[in-house]
Design a protein around this ligand. Structure first.
Ligand code: HIS
Length: 396
């Protein structure tokens, strides 16, 4: 091995130390327990998939895919997303299961990074998919489940922004006339580059009324009241239908008692190109980036020959851990330090304490070079050293 790389990790790869490991484990368990109680069943899919199927339908940029080749020469990818593998699974291994199907997962995903110091290229996502149900009730269930599972982890200050692909697309095409010109504007929205959006709009050959309408889109963020403004802005039936759907969604989320977590953001555009309807993103007060997102993808399943409407979400565990702070409970650690002549007694001691649920490190004194430094690691040390005292307590 080249000495240069001995301590290096590939771009964007991270180690997880014990404290973060425990925090992530707690968060994963809380979320998984909540999803289980809503009837979502956990599944696992392979880490590697075929590039032609999963790589392409995952809607992740090609340059973000980790690619490898199998022994037959087929290109494989490390999965960048769980939604496409689940669509494959539902259309193959679960093809006889009746819709709607409720599945959940916690899986590591891989998205290659171009620069160092950026986001991790491998991260864990906890998510759920509700497949085969196109109702607004399914949209609301997915959003409510996301909120409730985040609440269960102890996250308090967060908001979920809801938008609709149908609305943004309809409004942009209404005004600029075709999909290509709309695409340039969508890109600014996706990058949340509103300054760029405004200056692009200024340069377009449009009437001042239409320019105002485009700028009006940026203001469509807030509570239920903005639906009235939005209705005036969009002309097409597609745009109006999207707004009716969102109004109904809001009403269902009120029935769940969760509307206080919601803002409507009608210029929300997400990274996955498979979204077709409602989309949403979760922000916590602590982070500048969304820690999870999701949406409706009614056309993805037909690529796998089992057409179905579907919706789901994914939460990034690394970002959730960052938002919540390392919060695994501090557990007491006891060390039973023994010398050889009392080894059997020490083993029994450790076994008894572990049976009571304690964390016990069993350590041969001869294996330690710096006893003082080692002692600092533990909350309690029980020395079982020296001559055996038959039946008596361990030496302190
Ligand atoms: N797979 C999406 C999240 C999602 C799940 N279901 C629908 N969307 C992502 O990684 O961003």
């Amino acid at each position: 091995m080249s000495k240069l790389f001995m301590f290096e990790k590939p771009l964007g790869m991270r180690d997880t130390l014990p404290e973060l490991y425990e925090t992530k484990k707690r968060l994963r368990t809380e979320m998984a327990d909540e999803m289980k109680q809503w009837g979502y069943q956990m599944v696992e899919t392979p880490t590697v998939e075929y590039y032609d199927t999963i790589g392409a339908s995952s809607a992740i940029l090609d340059q973000q895919l980790f690619k490898l080749m199998d022994s037959q020469g087929y290109t494989l990818v490390l999965r960048p997303d769980m939604t496409a593998p689940i669509a494959r699974l539902v259309s193959s291994s679960l093809k006889d299961a009746a819709y709607p199907i409720r599945l959940s997962y916690h899986s590591n995903l891989f998205r290659a990074q171009q620069h160092d110091g950026g986001r991790p290229a491998e991260f864990e996502q906890v998510g759920a998919e509700l497949i085969g149900d196109g109702t607004v009730s399914a949209d609301a269930e997915t959003i409510a489940l996301m909120i409730e599972s985040l609440k269960r982890t102890g996250l308090e200050q967060f908001k979920l922004a809801i938008g609709h692909v149908g609305f943004v697309d309809a409004l942009l095409v209404d005004i600029v006339g075709n999909k290509e010109r709309a695409e340039a504007l969508r890109r600014y929205l996706y990058e949340k580059n509103y300054v760029g959006f405004r200056s692009h709009v200024k340069g377009l050959k449009l009437s001042s009324i239409d320019k105002k309408r485009l700028e009006g889109l940026l203001k469509l963020r807030g509570g239920r009241d903005l639906f009235n403004d939005a209705e005036k802005l969009v002309e097409s039936e597609q745009g109006q239908a999207a707004l009716r759907e969102l109004r109904e969604l809001w009403a269902v989320l009120e029935d769940y008692g969760l509307s206080s977590f919601i803002t409507i953001d009608l210029n929300l555009v997400l990274h996955m190109s498979y979204y077709t309807g409602t989309v949403f993103e979760v922000y916590s007060q602590e982070l500048g980036v969304p820690l999870g997102s999701g949406g409706r993808y009614d056309e993805l399943l037909q690529q796998f020959k089992r057409p179905a409407q579907a919706i789901g979400f994914g939460v990034r565990l690394d970002l959730l851990a960052e938002a919540i702070g390392q919060s695994a409970p501090i557990e007491k650690r006891t060390c039973v330090m023994f010398s050889r002549e009392r080894r059997a007694e020490a083993i029994q001691n450790a076994r008894d304490l572990r049976a009571e649920g304690e964390i016990v490190i069993l350590q041969d004194l001869a294996g330690v070079t710096n006893v003082d430094q080692m002692s600092e690691e533990y909350d309690e040390i029980i020395y079982v050293i020296g001559k055996s005292k038959q039946g008596g307590p361990a030496d302190e």
